[in-house]
Design a protein around this ligand. Structure first.
Ligand code: NAD
Length: 418
């Protein structure tokens, strides 16, 4: 994975590229390029052996013009202030492109969770929740899971917040387990929107998703669910990878079986029904109809882009293509469905979870999936309208044009104060 691109600079470049097609005043564009505030904390936590250890943690609240800040919390050794700022900005435009009433935020802790016990992780998470408490709330800022966090961490954060506030407030966080106020369909929501975005993109190109070959980089929550649902649409998932490497079968792998194998062994490599094992770079440059990057940012840099052979890329990960690589893919006529639309299923069902928490009324999984499909298909159609009407260079710019206009309208409509 390349480390040349600073994700925050990538975000700012994407906003500038799109703003050039809009009639939004320059000082409003400047406002839309940087976070409103960033919390940086040091969590000092007792380890199982009695030692104290410090962890750096961040929460960026990028923009709240359209509603409360919303976005995940990531546990990863490479978490940095700039990464969190970029991810929080992408959340603003993601929520705007699918037209849900949220702003954007993101948080992270610099930690490799594999090196800590469950009780240590619980103390680290609760220490972060304590620092976050004055900044978050069901009407203020609503965190969610991201890389290396899930229902367990969300339940801990909800519990810590509720105990400190002496209240019940399930809407303070989303991505919780069902018995803690989570929503049906949330776990699969990101992968489902990736599948829906791919389905709509293939229909737009007048191509059949059924029978299309697919490679998926990153076989965690987003990637493995996308692979499974793409297979259900008749696509052939020929290669998948994780940080251990990639597995390949020209006739298609069985997405569910590979997931089960990874659950048991911790890796996709070693899966017995694969024909061959490949490197991640080989997977990214395979000649497939559809490539789904579903690991981390900057996976596709200029070098990989120049060798990339897929016809369509649907971004499950946030920021997986560097701006330079994006230009190369555009020049090769590769259709890229941008992250802020393709992986918006996660935040959309998080929004449904929050609505259900506020209503104190749980929806069925069928209702969640139907509403999600409507949101993603409408957003895709709106993006196509902008792409065609304004003759925009690519779908990413179209997504930002739609999203920036919505945020600028919210800001302009309310006026600035003080
Ligand atoms: P996850 O931790 O469940 O999975 C990440 C996967 O990527 C793992 O299988 C890991 O082994 C793999 N990986 C890491 N480095 C890799 C590398 N160099 N090459 C290949 N594989 C590698 O995380 P996730 O929740 O699936 O998130 C993946 C991406 O999707 C992130 O960019 C995240 O921000 C984005 N995303 C996730 C959600 C969600 O709801 N989970 C929502 C929106 C966006």
């Amino acid at each position: 994975m390349s480390d040349e691109a600073n994700p925050f600079e990538s975000l700012q470049e994407q906003i500038d590229d799109a703003a050039a097609f809009l009639d939004v005043p320059g000082d409003v564009v400047t406002r839309l390029k940087s976070p409103e505030r960033v919390l940086e904390a040091t969590l000092t936590v007792e380890m199982d052996d009695g030692r104290l250890e410090g962890f750096q943690a961040f929460r960026s609240q990028f923009n709240g013009d359209r509603g409360p800040y919303k976005g995940g919390i990531r546990y990863h050794p490479n978490v940095s202030r700039d990464e969190v700022k970029a991810l929080s900005g992408w959340m603003v435009y993601k929520c705007a492109v699918v037209d849900i009433p949220y702003g954007g935020g993101k948080g992270g802790i610099v930690i490799d969770p594999r090196e800590y016990s469950e009780s240590e992780l619980e103390r680290v998470t609760r220490a972060f929740a304590k620092e976050l408490r004055p900044f978050i709330g069901p009407d203020r800022d609503i965190p969610a899971p991201d890389v290396n966090t899930g229902q367990r961490e969300m339940n801990w954060i909800k519990d810590t917040y509720e105990k400190l506030e002496n209240t019940t407030a399930p809407g303070v966080i989303t991505g919780k387990s069902l018995d803690n106020g989570g929503s049906e369909g949330r776990v699969e929501a990101t992968g489902r929107s990736v599948m829906l975005a791919a389905r709509e993109a293939f229909a737009y190109l007048d191509r059949d998703l059924s029978g299309a070959t697919v490679a998926v980089q990153g076989y965690g929550n987003a990637g493995s669910v996308a692979a499974k649902l793409l297979e259900d649409q008749g696509a052939s998932v020929v290669a998948v990878s994780d940080s251990s490497g990639a597995v390949f079968h020209p006739e298609g792998l069985d997405a569910r079986a590979v997931k089960e194998f990874k659950r048991e062994t911790g890796a996709v490599t070693g899966y017995a029904d694969a024909e061959e094992e490949l490197s991640n770079e080989e997977l990214l440059t395979m000649d497939v109809d559809l490539l789904v990057p579903a690991a981390l940012e900057n996976a596709i840099d200029a070098e990989i882009a120049s060798h990339l052979e897929a016809d369509v890329v649907v971004e499950a990960a946030n920021g997986p293509i560097t701006p330079e690589a994006d230009d190369i893919l555009a020049s090769k006529d590769v259709m890229v469905v941008p992250d802020i639309l393709a992986n918006a299923g996660g935040v959309t069902v998080s929004y449904f979870e929050w609505v259900q928490n506020r209503q104190r009324f749980a929806w069925t999984e069928a209702r969640v999936n139907d509403e999600l499909e409507r949101v993603i298909v409408d957003a895709f159609d709106r993006l196509v309208d902008a792409f065609e009407e304004k003759e925009l260079p690519n779908f990413r710019t179209a997504a930002y044009v739609v999203a920036i206009q919505r945020v600028a309208d919210a800001f302009g409509g309310a006026g600035s104060w003080p």
